[in-house]
Design a protein around this ligand. Structure first.
Ligand SMILES: *[C@@H]1O[C@H](CO)[C@@H](O)[C@H](O)[C@H]1NC(C)=O
Ligand SMILES: *[C@@H]1O[C@H](CO)[C@@H](O)[C@H](O)[C@H]1NC(C)=O
Length: 397
């Protein structure tokens, strides 16, 4: 346990933080979360929109929690953990019309894309439109203090790579530009409705997904093109964030380097508590890349990064949630979610130099490893919290 001195310190900092919160009402504690994206963030929307059987509504999805909810995992997904860390209830799928949306809504749905119009899902534009049409469910204050989480684009690039096996560099770049242009437009719609705090999770190395490797026939190596498209996208997305924070007054963001997190875990699974980062827990084929069902689920999902060919286990989602919430700028920057949550609304964080921001994103293996020593991490998180409140407060003095 910590020594008594540090308890006194914590007490004093807590009192200080409380005093500051009382005296500076503009300290905004985000208590609302809006979620946009695809199957990785889907809290159950797909089952309300599909005419067909939705796998995630049946076991083995949800087995770790004992209940299938339409989430594409054995248990909880990343937005569940973040809501929990924020101290608010789980964010319900918007299409579940009877749910309580007082702390936000999730518009994310499996198979969602940025471009095109795939059936039985909602593109990013359609998700944002649904949000915008229903904005009166929330006050202006709530809308501007809320955090807007976004993970989208995987299916755009997976479909692209399938249909264009050997594109030129210019063609790749042109496609990425189309996707980013559309994301830019949708962020501006959310901003127009009042949104200020955006949390982006960049794209995974898509060629490392078991489904993609297995379909490619060589399960030893990640497939090059899908991962390359994701990397190009991620670079442009970060540039877009930096651009928007200069362009839009009060725009604040968090950019989490999911790509490196997955890459590190696939390569050095054991370092991160997993038995394997190659095969999925559930499915058929040499690395369980497809057709997950109750007949082919592993006994211990927590030993795997991937639950099915394309989605993470609850354990992997938990690690991601921790990193987005509390990790340092090598992993998530310029603010992590905990910081984003308490940032005053009138504060604009401008990172002028793209190179500086890119350098800050570069994963430092050793740092991440020590970060993921869980006990130490809990302690770090505790300390960071007080540091953060102090930091937020110091902006106001
Ligand atoms: C909320 O903000 C919009 C503009 O974004 C404005 O037109 C509207 O009057 C505001 N509503 C209230 C109740 O302040
Ligand atoms: C594939 O899933 C089965 C359960 O059906 C599991 O026992 C097996 O270990 C998995 N394959 C690999 C390579 O992990």
């Amino acid at each position: 346990m910590a020594n008594p001195k540090s308890h006194v310190f914590i007490l004093i900092t807590t009192l200080l933080a409380l005093l500051l919160l009382l005296h500076f009402p503009s300290v905004s504690l985000a208590q609302t979360l809006f979620v946009f994206g695809d199957g990785l963030y889907d809290a159950g929307n797909k089952q309300f929109l599909s005419q067909n059987r939705v796998d995630a509504s049946f076991p083995p999805y949800g087995i770790t929690l004992g209940k299938a909810t339409g989430r594409w995992s054995d248990g909880r997904i990343v937005p569940d953990y973040l809501a929990n860390f924020m101290g608010i209830p789980q964010i319900p799928p918007f299409l579940q019309s009877t749910a309580d949306f007082s702390h936000g809504a999730s518009f994310a749905i499996a198979d969602a894309t940025v471009l095109g119009s795939p059936p039985e899902t909602m593109t990013l534009s359609q998700q944002v439109m649904k949000f915008s049409e229903n904005k009166n469910k929330w006050t202006n204050k709530t809308l501007s203090e809320a955090i807007y989480m976004i993970y989208i684009g995987s299916d755009d690039y997976l479909n692209y790579a399938k249909n264009n096996p050997s594109p030129s560099d210019a063609q790749k770049q042109a496609f990425v530009d189309q996707v980013i242009t559309k994301i830019n437009a949708e962020i501006k719609v959310v901003y127009g409705v009042g949104g200020r705090k955006f949390a982006f999770q960049n794209l995974a190395p898509l060629g490392c997904l078991p489904a993609v490797k297995q379909a490619n026939g060589n399960v030893q190596e990640c497939v090059k093109l899908p991962s390359e498209m994701a990397a190009l996208h991620n670079k442009k997305l970060l540039q877009l964030m930096i651009e928007l924070s200069k362009q839009l007054n009060g725009f604040q963001y968090s950019f989490y380097d999911f790509f490196s997190s997955i890459q590190n875990r696939v390569i050095k699974s054991k370092t991160y508590t997993f038995e394997t980062g190659i095969a999925a827990c559930c499915g058929t084929g040499s690395i369980n890349g497809s057709d997950c069902s109750s007949n082919n689920v592993c006994a211990k999902p927590e030993e795997y990064i991937f639950f099915d060919g394309k989605h993470l286990t609850q354990e992997a989602n938990l690690q991601v949630g921790h990193l987005m919430w509390g990790a340092d700028p090598e992993v998530v920057g310029p603010n992590n979610l905990r910081e984003l949550m308490v940032l005053p609304l009138d504060l604009t964080v401008i990172l002028g130099d793209i190179h500086e921001a890119m350098a800050a994103m570069r994963p430092r293996q050793s740092k991440i490893e020590s970060l993921y020593d869980t006990k130490k991490m809990d302690l770090d998180m505790e300390n960071q919290w007080f540091y953060q409140v102090d930091k937020a407060a110091s902006f106001l003095i």
